[in-house]
Write a protein that binds this ligand. Structure first.
Ligand code: SF4
Ligand code: SF4
Length: 340
């Protein structure tokens, strides 16, 4: 019923094959990249379908917004290729199903969607989130993590009713159609994955960074510049909304943070490697993680800033061991306006 907007004609005419040539995990020459992309288009098996680590980045790399990664995921499922072992995939499909486990609070301030992270509701506090409403839990989980598991069917089954539920239970009862997405993954669901599949979104998703930047601009007088240098860990799901990355620079400027210039940031960002472990690629996970952490450390940064809770859970221990302070973007902003 919901079909991916993918145009094979664009790939046939493509001269750069950026979706593969820029991939940090698959190395191919231009001719091979074209040949393998064409195999996928013809519905045939391709080494790309097996070697893809599901980093989402080719959604950003394709200059024509032709959704090469969503197409890979669709074809992996069609051909029965499982990036993550089937028993783990099956348990995740069950664990992440809507189950009525929800947490919410009503307020007169902004509406914040915390996705599957009810344990993070304590982060919604202070001047920046004054009297916020929030909701979190399995019923509002965006489900886009199943891109890592080649379960297009799970997303197509669960995302449309979840969107309707959020609208009916929260957004439609408010004056403003805006909903702040605390997690990049949710923002990517509503602004990229759903439109790419023709699924209507009856509310206005606001990226957390855009929300924080606006609040900070309105409260310049409250800001105590932090005067620190921080390495930024860009999450895989930010590849679905690359236009929001510039807000990191703007927020950092407002709160007195120097964004450490490093090799693995922006277009070259590296995955936190949690998904590589799920895929049982343990050696590759460690190699990617070590490269990423060494690069952060080499900048002389005192802090490492995360937005994705999964990246934070995965890397914060190793970041601390290296003498840097791991922190979430929202916490850094709360601190800059003097809230505890
Ligand atoms: S997905 Fe985009 S970059 Fe890749 S071959 Fe097709 S048009 Fe080119
Ligand atoms: S999702 Fe990442 S690993 Fe997979 S093909 Fe695209 S860029 Fe490469």
């Amino acid at each position: 019923m919901f079909n991916l907007k993918f145009d094979p004609g664009l790939c046939e005419k493509c001269t750069t094959y950026d979706c593969i040539m820029d991939c940090q995990y698959i190395t191919m020459g231009l001719d091979e990249a074209r040949e393998e992309r064409m195999k996928i288009i013809r519905g045939e098996d391709s080494k790309i379908l097996h070697d893809c680590v599901t980093c989402y980045a080719c959604e950003e790399y394709c200059p024509y917004a032709n959704h090469p990664f969503y197409h890979i995921v669709e074809m992996q499922e069609k051909l029965g290729i499982n990036p993550v072992p089937k028993p783990i995939t099956k348990s995740q499909v069950v664990a992440m199903a809507p189950s009525g486990r929800i947490k919410h609070k009503a307020g007169t301030g902004p509406l914040v969607n915390l996705c599957y992270f009810p344990m993070l509701t304590g982060l919604i506090r202070g001047k920046l989130f004054k009297d916020a409403s929030f909701f979190a839990g399995s019923d509002y989980m965006c489900q886009v993590m199943f891109l890592h598991f080649a379960r297009d069917s799970v997303m197509k089954d669960r995302i449309p009713p979840m969107i309707e539920k959020i609208h009916e239970q929260y957004v439609s009862k408010r004056k403003s159609p805006e909903m702040v997405c605390f997690h990049d993954e949710c923002y990517g669901t509503y602004t990229s994955w759903a439109p790419a599949h023709g699924i209507p979104v009856p509310f206005t998703p606001v990226h957390l960074f855009d929300y924080l930047r606006g609040e900070l601009q309105d409260r310049k007088a409250d800001i105590n510049k932090l005067n620190i240098k921080a390495a930024y860990q860009r999450p895989c799901s930010n590849r679905l909304a690359p236009e929001t990355d510039k807000a990191v620079d703007e927020i950092f400027d407002l709160i007195g943070v120097e964004r450490a210039g490093r090799e693995y940031d922006r277009k070259n960002a590296l995955c936190c490697a949690a998904v590589l472990e799920a895929q049982q690629r343990f050696d590759q996970a460690e190699e990617v993680r070590a490269r990423n952490l060494d690069d952060m450390k080499a900048t002389g940064a005192s802090h490492v800033v995360f937005n994705c809770p999964m990246c934070f859970f995965t890397l914060s221990g190793r970041v601390s061991e290296l003498g840097m302070a791991p922190t979430l973007m929202s916490e850094l902003c709360i601190q800059a306006v003097g809230d505890k």
